[in-house]
Design a protein around this ligand. Structure first.
Ligand SMILES: CC(=O)SCCNC(=O)CCNC(=O)[C@H](O)C(C)(C)COP(=O)(O)OP(=O)(O)OC[C@H]1O[C@@H](n2cnc3c(N)ncnc32)[C@H](O)[C@@H]1OP(=O)(O)O
Length: 399
């Protein structure tokens, strides 16, 4: 089989590539869409056998917020799929290798994705950099503690009409792991909401007249809504840019009439809700699951993009099988990051470095797991001070 790799030429080929993605994903429930309205011009790369598309990878441009608050240029990788008839012949390897070089050539420092399976992407230098979990709140048992902020004002809005409003709030996200939500993401969200017969409710929070958070929720089992003893709503999107907004949105959800269960689809592992309630067993915490798979495309600029705790610098030798320019030693310290000719303190592969980059995994854990040399205990301690964060990374955006 001869496969050519190139960007799709025009909307018909983009559509064909997107259809390949949908076929490869089997159970992905998306509305019928014109793919050119949800993709970014020039970013799709497809695999062709003759005229037929047999695989593809895609991405969106944007930013990733990193420790210290900077937003660094970021590619959100998505729509990865190969037809079942063309699997395990190296098609995705060729596509992803080409895509990584394309992302690097665009000057984007990092790429992230959400993985359908956990065994695919490490070989391409991606590591798990943030995690989340679901939480079920039993409304009738929930009481917020006295010290929880009162919150500001909450108003209901028409979520499909007011995409611009929600977008302007989501654009304020600055926590480590937050990403820009591309135009195509918002278009797909609007189409999916419109195609869903169940009403999605949207409440916007504001403090002193400034919109600073919102929540989107929808009822489950609406066919049996009035006879259901466990009326459930699912929170599909929760954006709070500060603690007041978060508390105000909790108060809105926990004061809804009719509702028994509130399912948060995904929250950060250190989400403060647990600590804010008088009865922790009013919450069921779901298992942790991987969220952000991070690829450091330009290691030097990525390392320089975040801030560090105060410790003596460490020289890290990075090993990268795909991007040659990353194979170097970098001195990482609180005042500067620079390439170094000194003897490295530790060697780390680029995927493992990605797991530690946002602070979601400590170096001590990596050493205990044998992912880096556990013999360098003093270096590991220094790295944990340097990379330490006060908030676990979390994106909160599925794409
Ligand atoms: C960000 C996203 O879009 S996530 C969505 C990803 N897409 C899907 O899960 C859809 C269903 N799956 C598929 O379309 C394909 O199986 C893909 C895209 C996962 C892999 O495509 P392929 O062309 O078969 O992969 P390819 O042959 O290039 O394999 C490259 C390597 O990954 C391995 N690999 C690929 N897929 C898998 C998998 N699902 N499980 C385990 N190993 C895998 C291959 O064995 C090969 O290993 P090697 O490095 O030892 O040689």
């Amino acid at each position: 089989m001869t496969i050519d790799y190139r960007p799709p030429a025009g909307p018909d080929e983009v559509q064909a590539a997107f259809e390949v993605f949908l076929r490869s994903m089997i159970g992905l429930d998306l509305p019928v869409v014109d793919a050119s309205t949800i993709t970014e011009n020039g970013r799709y790369i497809a695999a062709f056998e003759g005229d037929a598309v047999v695989g593809g990878v895609d991405s969106y441009s944007g930013w990733l917020a990193v420790p210290g608050g900077a937003r660094i240029p970021h590619a959100a990788v998505t729509h990865v799929g190969v037809l079942p008839t063309h699997r395990r012949k190296g098609v995705v390897r060729n596509l992803i290798t080409r895509q990584l070089h394309d992302i690097a050539a665009r000057g984007e420092i990092v790429a992230t994705l959400r993985a359908s399976e956990a065994v695919i992407y490490e070989r391409f230098g991606y590591g798990i950099a943030s995690a989340g979990r679901s939480v079920v709140a039993h409304r009738r048992r929930i009481r917020l503690r006295d010290g929880v902020p009162a919150g500001g004002k909450v108003r209901l809005v028409d979520g499909s009409a007011d995409t611009d409003l929600l977008r302007s709030i989501a654009d304020q996200a600055d926590w480590p792991g937050a990403i820009a939500r591309p135009a195509g993401w918002w278009t797909l969200r609007r189409l999916a909401t419109q195609a869903d017969p169940t009403r999605h409710l949207v409440a916007v929070h504001s403090t002193g007249g400034v919109d600073d958070g919102y929540v989107v929720y929808r009822p489950e089992n609406t066919q049996t809504w009035f006879t259901d003893r466990e009326k459930t709503i699912t929170v599909t999107d929760f954006i709070a840019t500060n603690d007041t907004a978060r508390a105000g949105l909790w108060r809105h959800l926990f004061s809804l009439d009719l509702v028994d269960r509130i399912v948060f689809e995904a929250v950060a592992l250190d989400d403060p809700l647990q600590l804010a309630v008088t009865d922790e067993r009013a919450l069921e915490l779901g298992p942790a699951h991987d969220e952000t798979w991070l690829r450091l495309v330009d290691v030097e600029r990525a390392l320089a993009g975040r801030t560090y705790g105060r410790a003596e610098p460490v020289v890290l030798a990075v090993v990268d099988a795909q991007i040659d320019s990353n194979n170097a030693a970098f001195e990482v310290g609180p005042d500067a990051v620079r390439r170094s000719a000194a003897t490295p303190d530790l060697t780390v592969d680029v995927a493992t470095l990605a797991t530690a980059y946002l602070g979601g995994t400590r170096w001590r854990q990596l050493a205990a797991a044998g992912r880096v040399d556990p013999g360098r205990a003093e270096v590991i301690s220094r790295l944990d001070v340097l990379f330490g964060v006060d908030r676990l990374p979390f994106s909160g955006t599925a794409f």
